[in-house]
Design a protein around this ligand. Structure first.
Ligand code: BGC
Length: 702
C-alpha cells in the first residue's frame, strides 16, 4: 500500500511520527528508507482483544515530496497455525483478510500540524513477495513489477483492540557467517552456519534475470551426513527466489526459520561461504547474565542455553522455531522463566505475554496450554497453566517491580480458583487431562508422559500456585485468608494421599514445593534413587528444572555436579557431545547410534532443559535472590564449587548493579572473588558473613 504527498512549503518540520499497525505483519518505507527496525511488526498477541500499535519517529526520513510504502504479509495473523491440526478454527484464521492502518502526524514549527492517514485515496500494487507465511516460508520474484496501482478498499474492523506497543521489538540482532559449503553423500549442496539460529538467510548472488534460488532449511544432518528436515513436519520452511539481472543481496522479510543448515536446491553459479549470512532475529532484550567456566562442555551447554533463548524469544516464548508449531506453550515458559530472566532482561517481554494470558483465559479463569491461544478445544494442564502464577512471581523476584503482580494478581488467583472448581477431589487436583512429566525418561514405552502420577503433579502445583497467590496477595495488601486456609488444606490432603514417592520427579516436587513432611529424608531418598538409577536423570519437563536445586540444597551438591557433568546419555552434556548448538527437546534427539528419536516430535531447539542454567547462576556461582529483597536489593552469594570444573565466573546485571562471583581451584584451596553493589550474605564452606557493598576475596577448602 502506498500514499504520496508534498510537505508544506517553507515550513520547518519539528517532528513527524508514524503510528501504524496491521492485521498480519508489515514493514514500512518512507521515501524508500525503512521505518524503524522492528521485524515481524506488530508482533504476536491475542489479536482479537490486543493488537499492538507502533509509533516511530520519522522526522529524519521526510523530504519535500514524500511517499510512504508499506508491505504486508500474513504473519501469525493469517497463517495456518498450528500447522499440524486440522480445524475449522485454523481455516477461519488462515483465510482472514490482512489489513493495515497508519497515520503520519507532521508537526511544523509554530504549532501547525498535518495528519496523513490511510484511506480510500491510498493505492496498492502487488509486491515482488509473491508468498509469505509463518511455516512455509517466502517466495520472491525480484523482477516482478506491478505498475497498475489500484485503489485501496476500506476494511471494517473493530478498533477497540488497539493497544500501544508493550513488548520488546523483534529485530535483526546478530549475523552469523556461513562456515562452509559442502556436498553431502546424497549429492546435495549444503551450507553450514555452525550454529542453529532463528531468523533468515541473507544471500548475495550475481545472476541473470529469471535464474532461480530454492533454499530448504534444516537443523541437523542425518547419520550419513545428509541434509535432513523431516522433523519440520508439515512446515515447508523454504525460500523460492527468482533473480533479477546482476549482483543482488536478499533475505526473506516477512517470515522466519529455525536452522543451522540450508540446502541449496537451486542456486546460480558455484556457491561459496562468503555469499551466505544467517541473520538471527529475536526480541531486543538486554543480556544481563554471563557465565564462563574451565570446562569446555559446560561452556558449550551455556552457549546452547543462550541460543535456545534467542531462538525462542521472538516476541512470544515459544517451544521451538522450526516445525509446524512455534507456539507460546505455557509449560515450556514456566519451566524456563527463571533462567530466561537471569540471562536477559525479559521484564517487558513477559509483561506483554502475561497480559495475553489474561486475555485468553477460559471462562472459568483457567489458563490453557498455549498463549496466544490457537488450540481449539484446549483444556488446562497442571504445570502448564501454572505459568499463570510462576511467571509473574519470577519476574517480580528477579526485577523487583511490583507492576507484574498488580497486572496479574487476578489471573493468578483466578487460576487457583479454577482448579478448585475443576477438581474431582476437594483440596487436591485430581482428574483432568495433563501433559504430566512430559518426555520424562521413565515414560512407559510408546508414551510421551513420564511415570510420575498425574494427580501427584497436579496437586503439587495446586499447592505451589496457591502459595504464590498468598505471597503476591500479601504484597498487594489483598485479603488472602481464603487461600491460606486452602493451602493448609491442600498440604494436609496431599500428605494423607501421597504417602510414598515413586519416581525421581515425585521426590523432587515434594521437596521443592515444601510438601514432604520430612524434606531432608525425601531429598536423601532422591539422592539414593538417582545413584540406584545409575547416577542418571529419569525426569522430564516437570522434574528436570528442580532436580539439581533439590540435591544441592540438601547436602548432595557433589551428586548434582555429577549429573551436570555426565556426558553419556542421558544428560545435559550428551547433546553437546553430539555437536548440539542449542538445547534439544529430547535427551536423545540424536541417539547413540546416530539415528533420530523420531521424525514426528524432535526439535533441536527447545529451551526447556536449558533451565539448568538457573542452577549454575544460583548454586554453582551462588548468586541468589533473597525472596524478601526482590530485584537483588540484597543478595546472597553462596558458591558451590567443584574441582572438576576448575574455575567459574558468573555475573548478573541486576536492577541494583552487577553482582559477580568467581571461584578458582588453586594449590592452597579455592579462591573466591565476589563483587556486590548491595549488602549481601556471603556463604563460603557453610559459614555466613554479612557484608556491605564492595569487592571481596576469600579462601575456602578445596
Ligand atoms: C511442544 C512442547 C509442549 C508440549 C505439550 C509439544 O508439541 O513442543 O514443548 O509443551 O507439546 O505437551
Amino acid at each position: 500500500m502506498a500514499g504520496r504527498w508534498s510537505a508544506r512549503r517553507g515550513r520547518k518540520v519539528e517532528r513527524a511520527t508514524l503510528t501504524i499497525t496491521a492485521l498480519g505483519v508489515y514493514e514500512a518505507f518512507l521515501n524508500d528508507r525503512r521505518v524503524g527496525k522492528f521485524v515481524m511488526a506488530p508482533g504476536w498477541t491475542s489479536y482479537d482483544t490486543r493488537l499492538q500499535v507502533q509509533t516511530y519517529d520519522v522526522t529524519g526520513l521526510l523530504g519535500a515530496e514524500n511517499a510512504l510504502r508499506v508491505r504486508g504479509g500474513k504473519g501469525w495473523y493469517a497463517s495456518p497455525i498450528p500447522g499440524w491440526l486440522k480445524s475449522a478454527d485454523k481455516t477461519r484464521r488462515k483465510n482472514r483478510q490482512t489489513a493495515l492502518i497508519a497515520e503520519l502526524l507532521i508537526r511544523y514549527e509554530g504549532g501547525e500540524a498535518e495528519l496523513i492517514a490511510t484511506g480510500e485515496d491510498w493505492q496498492w500494487v502487488e509486491s515482488p513477495i509473491r508468498f509469505s507465511e509463518i511455516y512455509d516460508g517466502e517466495t520472491c520474484d525480484a523482477g516482478f513489477v506491478d505498475d497498475a496501482p489500484k485503489p485501496c478498499a476500506l476494511f471494517d474492523a473493530p478498533m477497540d483492540n488497539l493497544i500501544p506497543q508493550e513488548g520488546e521489538e523483534v529485530r535483526e540482532m546478530e549475523r552469523v557467517e556461513a562456515k562452509r559449503v559442502f556436498t553431502t553423500p546424497a549429492g546435495d549442496t549444503v551450507v553450514d552456519f555452525g550454529q542453529e539460529v532463528t531468523g533468515y538467510v541473507e544471500f548475495r548472488v550475481d545472476a541473470h534475470a529469471g535464474d532461480r534460488v530454492r533454499i530448504l532449511h534444516g537443523e541437523v544432518l542425518d547419520r550419513d551426513g545428509n541434509f535432513y528436515n523431516e522433523n519440520y513436519r508439515s512446515a515447508k520452511a523454504e525460500i523460492n527466489y527468482t533473480c533479477r539481472e546482476g549482483a543482488q543481496t536478499w533475505h526473506p522479510e516477512l517470515t522466519f526459520f529455525g536452522f543451522r543448515y540450508i540446502k541449496l536446491d537451486a542456486f546460480p553459479g558455484t556457491p561459496a561461504p562468503e555469499q551466505f549470512t544467517a541473520i538471527a532475529v529475536y526480541s531486543d532484550m538486554r543480556q544481563i547474565g554471563h557465565v564462563r567456566t574451565g570446562h569446555a562442555g559446560v561452556n558449550q551447554l551455556i552457549s546452547n542455553v543462550f541460543w535456545g533463548q534467542k531462538g525462542n524469544f521472538l516476541d512470544v516464548p515459544t517451544d521451538c522455531p522450526q516445525r509446524d508449531e512455534r507456539l507460546g506453550w505455557t509449560g515450556d515458559a514456566e519451566v524456563f522463566v527463571r533462567a530466561a530472566s537471569l540471562n536477559y532482561d525479559v521484564e517487558r517481554f513477559f509483561l506483554k505475554w502475561l497480559k495475553d494470558m489474561t486475555a485468553d483465559r477460559f471462562p472459568d479463569g483457567s489458563v490453557g496450554s498455549v498463549i496466544p491461544n490457537v488450540l481449539p478445544g484446549d483444556r488446562p494442564s497442571a504445570a502448564w497453566g501454572d505459568a499463570a502464577t510462576i511467571c509473574p512471581w519470577t519476574i517480580w523476584q528477579t526485577y523487583g517491580n511490583i507492576e507484574v503482580l498488580e497486572n496479574q494478581y487476578d489471573t493468578m488467583a483466578g487460576w487457583v480458583d479454577a482448579i478448585t472448581g475443576m477438581t474431582t477431589t476437594p483440596n487436591l487436583w485430581t482428574g483432568g487431562t495433563h501433559f504430566a512429566d512430559w518426555l520424562g525418561l521413565d515414560a512407559p514405552s510408546g508414551s510421551y508422559k513420564g511415570s510420575t502420577r498425574e494427580d501427584f503433579i497436579a496437586s503439587a502445583f495446586y499447592a505451589h500456585s496457591t502459595s504464590l497467590v498468598i505471597r503476591a496477595g500479601r504484597l498487594l495488601g489483598r485479603d488472602v485468608s481464603r487461600y491460606e486456609a486452602l493451602y493448609d488444606a491442600i498440604v494436609l490432603a496431599f500428605r494423607a494421599t501421597f504417602t510414598d514417592y515413586r519416581t525421581q520427579t515425585e521426590h523432587i516436587l515434594a521437596v521443592r514445593f515444601g510438601l514432604a513432611e520430612d524434606v531432608q529424608a525425601t531429598a536423601d531418598a532422591l539422592a539414593e534413587m538417582v545413584v540406584r538409577d545409575g547416577t542418571q536423570l529419569r525426569t522430564g519437563f516437570v522434574g528436570t528444572p528442580h532436580i539439581l536445586h533439590v540435591l544441592s540444597e540438601y547436602g548432595h551438591a557433589d551428586l548434582a555436579w555429577s549429573l551436570l557433568l555426565r556426558e553419556q546419555y542421558p544428560s545435559w552434556l550428551y547433546p553437546v557431545s553430539k555437536g548440539a548448538t542449542t538445547i534439544w527437546e529430547h535427551w536423545d534427539g540424536i541417539m547413540e547410534d546416530g539415528g533420530f528419536w523420531s521424525a514426528d516430535m524432535n526439535s533441536f531447539n527447545h529451551y526447556a532443559y536449558g533451565s539448568v542454567i538457573d542452577w549454575i547462576y544460583e548454586v554453582a556461582a551462588g548468586i541468589r535472590h533473597d525472596e524478601a529483597h526482590p530485584g537483588f536489593s540484597r543478595a546472597i552469594v553462596a558458591p558451590t564449587p567443584d574441582a572438576r570444573l576448575g574455575w567459574l565466573e558468573a555475573s548478573i546485571d541486576t536492577r541494583n548493579g552487577r553482582i559477580s562471583s568467581k571461584w578458582n581451584y588453586g594449590a592452597e584451596g579455592v579462591r573466591y572473588e565476589i563483587d556486590t553493589p548491595v549488602p549481601a550474605t556471603l556463604v563460603i564452606d557453610g559459614r555466613a558473613t554479612e557484608v556491605g557493598p564492595g569487592s571481596y576475596t576469600l579462601w575456602g577448602r578445596a
